[in-house]
Design a protein around this ligand. Sequence first.
Ligand code: NAP
Length: 275
Amino acid sequence: MGTSVGLLHPGAMGAAVGGLLADRFRVSWVSAGRGPASRRRAEEAGLTEVADLAALARCDVLVSVCPPSAALDVAGSVAATGFAGTYLDANAISPRHAEEIAGILPRATVVDGGIVGPPPRTAGTTRLYLSGPAAAVADLFDGTVLRVVVLDGPVGRASALKLAFASYNKLTYALAAQAHALAERHGVGVELRELAADVLPDTPFGAPGGITSAGRRAWRWEGEMAEIAAACAETGLAPDLVVAAQAVFARWRDHRDDDSVDLAALLRTLAGPPS
Ligand SMILES: NC(=O)c1ccc[n+]([C@@H]2O[C@H](COP(=O)([O-])OP(=O)(O)OC[C@H]3O[C@@H](n4cnc5c(N)ncnc54)[C@H](OP(=O)(O)O)[C@@H]3O)[C@@H](O)[C@H]2O)c1
């Protein structure tokens, strides 16, 4: 019998990753606690629904791709099943939390992962960094569009690389939004957009359309900023810059997964009280 994989959970990224695996393995998921969008994504990705977490934990490999703020709880609920297979945590969490997850699951082989790039649909866009006992999962994605990069070193190293990248990339959206909101408030929004597009065209500042997508995902990025701030503090770096970005993203909390929100609404929300 082939390798069986359980996915926690089929979000935008999780379903795309699960879909790649579903071409080669039986990939299962559980619907308890999940909404209709997760169900739709799971069905489109060809995943098999199982009754409960205990059934999912009979898989050889579990892959956790969930909001960073939920990663420890998800690992804890898996630990309660006595899971003793391979557990890949592929979330944007601090290296210390990655180590904690390995501690929570003493009977499992825990691999640390960090995904960089959009949900993988074509080659060359998305990487999965791995550290720790990576051999347990490294070849699962052979022949798929997801590029696997194995790092030397223990659990925590892949998460550190992911967070370091995100600490630059995601903060650029917070900076751009704050600047455009400031200009709007002072009646020079059009002029700033023209200036930024001319001087810094290939950035969220010069092409602020990307801020709209950031606004919809900010509820999740808020938790990711908390993980980055913790990682900074653990190494003696000042976390203040990241904490400030967390506060910016917190103001967009009410726009969670809202496909209808536009840039103007997001900039207005920034100028209001935190939601
Ligand atoms: N999307 C990207 O472009 C991207 C890029 C790089 C890395 N990642 C990483 O991928 C992970 C997930 O991203 P995503 O895009 O798949 O997120 P997403 O689209 O928001 O989906 C999150 C999934 O987790 C479930 N979920 C929500 N709240 C939960 C909770 N409290 N406990 C357990 N599960 C919960 C959601 O289910 P319901 O909503 O149905 O409840 C959904 O299935 C993150 O760690 C992120 O850093 C994503």
